[in-house]
Ligand binder design. Structure first.
Ligand SMILES: CC(C)(COP(=O)(O)OP(=O)(O)OC[C@H]1O[C@@H](n2cnc3c(N)ncnc32)[C@H](O)[C@@H]1OP(=O)(O)O)[C@@H](O)C(=O)NCCC(=O)NCCS
Length: 147
């Protein structure tokens, strides 16, 4: 029998050290891999957002955040390290954020999906709304789901 792999742990960010690990991960994924300008990647919403960090054996592999947006939460900055994609980590991060939003009383989540990630969000229960638009030089579409 194959040795079992260590579990992915998704936890809310509660201190500056964990936040710094999210920023490091987002730098790798959005700034270095996708070419998003740093001044756009790091925005003022970070200060009021709730963030989650995914780790394996203590190593940071993914993150995401949410902010209140009217009667919904807006989920964003979803990032999984390239070597860890397509193994269910993004779904775990999304579910942790959705659970936290539900516990706060929110019943709807929205997000701006990069078009290449639309299928990922569809598989996680999100429906596309309207036409694509450009944000940070990348094509996006508004998506939403009930919580
Ligand atoms: C988008 C992203 C967060 C997805 O994370 P992930 O860990 O690879 O996703 P998961 O493995 O949890 O995928 C869940 C489901 O979506 C599917 N999926 C994931 N990425 C997909 C893609 N790019 N295209 C089509 N399907 C995809 C998976 O196959 C899986 O399907 P299944 O339920 O049938 O098995 C990750 O690809 C990423 O960090 N990309 C770079 C940053 C980025 O673009 N973020 C999104 C900004 S809007």
């Amino acid at each position: 029998m194959a040795a079992s792999s260590p579990p992915v742990v998704v936890a809310e960010v509660r201190d500056r050290a964990a936040m710094a690990r999210c920023w490091e991960l987002r730098r790798k994924v959005f700034i270095e891999e996708q070419g998003v300008p740093e001044e756009i990647e790091l925005d003022e919403d970070d200060a009021r957002a709730r963030h989650v960090l995914a780790t394996v054996d203590g190593h940071a592999i993914g993150c995401g955040r949410m902010v209140p947006h009217g009667d919904a939460v807006k989920i964003g900055r979803m990032a999984v390290l390239a070597d860890w994609r397509r193994r269910g980590v993004g779904r775990l991060i999304l579910e942790a954020l959705q659970e936290a939003a539900r516990a706060e009383g929110f019943r709807k989540a929205i997000l701006h999906a990069q078009l290449h990630a639309e299928e990922f969000y569809r598989k996680c229960g999100y429906e596309p709304l309207g036409e694509p638009f450009e944000e940070a030089g990348i094509a996006h579409r508004l998506m939403e789901r009930r919580l």
